[in-house]
Write a protein that binds this ligand. Structure first.
Ligand SMILES: NC(=O)c1ccc[n+]([C@@H]2O[C@H](COP(=O)([O-])OP(=O)(O)OC[C@H]3O[C@@H](n4cnc5c(N)ncnc54)[C@H](O)[C@@H]3O)[C@@H](O)[C@H]2O)c1
Ligand SMILES: O=c1ccn([C@@H]2O[C@H](COP(=O)(O)OP(=O)(O)O[C@H]3OC[C@@H](O)[C@H](O)[C@H]3O)[C@@H](O)[C@H]2O)c(=O)[nH]1
Length: 382
């Protein structure tokens, strides 16, 4: 009931409506939450952009230097009135959107993802990786302090190093080699976590820390070097799946939509973290290779949204075709300091965020395969 009607003003319908403000279509007028995503052109970042853009009250700003990300991942949003790609720093293309440069922007929330995540990329220029983690996080904390924004850091299971307890919970301090080839990333993220807590204690900044475990899904860089993208690309190209020795090392793989859901819950909730976000399903690399290649399909596991009727039937057929039963699995040399086992204890995420992953590996892989086939231009043989 309108205010006039509730006041008993029965003539209100006859009154001319007030002139609408010309500002009503302005993006600033419509938005009530300005959100910065650093690393938003990357794999997880671009899925986070998609999810946050679904809310018409959000205005999303991305800062990225495109080292491992791509504007292609954001193409559906470029030109949208609630979306902006930041260019700051110098005129040098590489430095536009680089978090190692200070950033002046008014925002309410910062999702700080910027950092190469695949070992082959973060080891390529280790000094740049550590600068991104340390100077980049300092800059984003400085921004959060200046504008009073809440900031979420995407830390990593790599802070546990080669863990001596299993599964890993958040109170474990880790077993990291401080001078190894992975240290630029592992120690960089550990310092980033320290900076987050120091800014929180010293300046009262609202912080959130997610410790992300291995995540996979559509839009991963095809030649990114991480294990799931490697195996799927190899299976589609009919190349041998390269299991790095010994192959008994384990990882736990989380589908990207579950990850994005967990990150948003953490940002919106009341807990600083650190909180593990990952899927506790644990696989050896040999088991992962077998799963990618496998022919049989578990009928109880249909992809999300494919539970009924024809769609379900098609999803089953689709999964039969995911696999390349002919593909070989070979053992290749590993790299130093590869963690031997990893599995998140997600008790905190369940209790504090009401979050747990929904998508099993067998259901997530076909969704990723579809995307890889399109990008590789290799259609299924039906
Ligand atoms: N995907 C995973 O399995 C995983 C696991 C643990 C933690 N994480 C963390 O999540 C975040 C996103 O990972 P991802 O898998 O999407 O990786 P990604 O490499 O696809 O995305 C990282 C993005 O950051 C950008 N970037 C890198 N350095 C930058 C800089 N100096 N300034 C601005 N932008 C920069 C890249 O161009 C890219 O778009 C990272 O912080 C990563 O450490 C990811
Ligand atoms: O082709 C391959 C690639 C990788 N592997 C193995 O697969 C396992 C996983 O390797 P990935 O490169 O995918 O990722 P890692 O788990 O080593 O590191 C990741 O950890 C979490 C995140 O912070 C980062 O995304 C990344 O550092 C390793 O044991 C590796 O030896 C293969 O067997 N074959």
């Amino acid at each position: 009931m309108s205010k006039e009607a509730s006041n008993g003003d029965h003539n209100s319908a006859a009154k001319a409506p007030p002139t609408p403000s010309p500002l009503r279509f302005s993006k600033f007028f419509q938005s009530n939450m300005r959100i910065l995503i650093t690393g938003g052109a990357g794999f997880i970042g671009s899925h986070l952009v998609d999810r946050l853009m679904e809310n018409e009250k959000n205005e999303v700003i991305v800062a990225d230097n495109y080292f491992t990300g791509s504007k292609d991942n954001l193409k559906k949003w470029i030109g949208h009135p609630r979306f902006e790609l930041i260019r700051h720093g110098t005129a040098d293309f590489e430095l536009c959107g680089n978090v190692t440069e200070p950033l002046l922007v008014e925002v309410d929330q910062i999702y700080h993802l910027a950092c190469p995540a695949s070992p082959i990329f973060y080891k390529y220029n280790p000094v740049k990786t550590i600068k991104t983690n340390v100077i980049g996080t300092l800059n984003m904390l400085g921004l959060a302090k200046r504008v009073g924004a809440r900031i979420l850091l995407t830390s990593t299971s790599e802070v546990y190093g080669d863990p001596l307890i299993h599964p890993q919970n958040e109170s474990y301090w880790g077993n990291v080699n401080p001078i190894g080839v992975r240290s630029c990333y592992d120690e960089g993220k550990r310092v980033a976590e320290t900076l987050m807590f120091d800014y929180h204690r010293q300046h009262g900044i609202e912080i959130r820390i997610a410790r992300i475990f291995n995540t996979y899904g559509p839009r991963m860089n095809i030649d990114d070097g991480r294990v799931v993208s490697n195996f799927i690309a190899q299976a589609i190209r009919n190349e041998p799946l390269t299991v790095q020795a010994p192959g008994t090392q384990t990882r736990s793989f989380c589908y990207v939509s579950d990850m994005v859901d967990g990150l948003i819950r953490l940002m919106e909730g009341e807990n600083t973290g650190p909180i593990n976000i990952g899927n506790p399903g644990e696989f050896t690399m040999i088991e992962l290779a077998e799963t990618v290649k496998e022919v049989s399909f578990n009928l109880s596991a249909s992809p999300p949204g494919c539970e009924s009727g024809l769609v379900y039937f098609l999803s089953v057929a689709h999964c039969f075709l995911l696999i390349n039963p002919e593909v070989k699995i070979i053992s290749v040399e590993n790299t130093p300091d590869d963690p031997r086992q990893r599995k998140p204890d997600i008790t905190k995420a369940k209790e504090l965020l009401g979050w747990e992953p929904k998508i099993k590996l067998r259901d997530g892989l076909p969704l990723m395969e579809e995307d890889f086939r399109q990008r590789l231009g290799v259609p299924r043989k039906n």
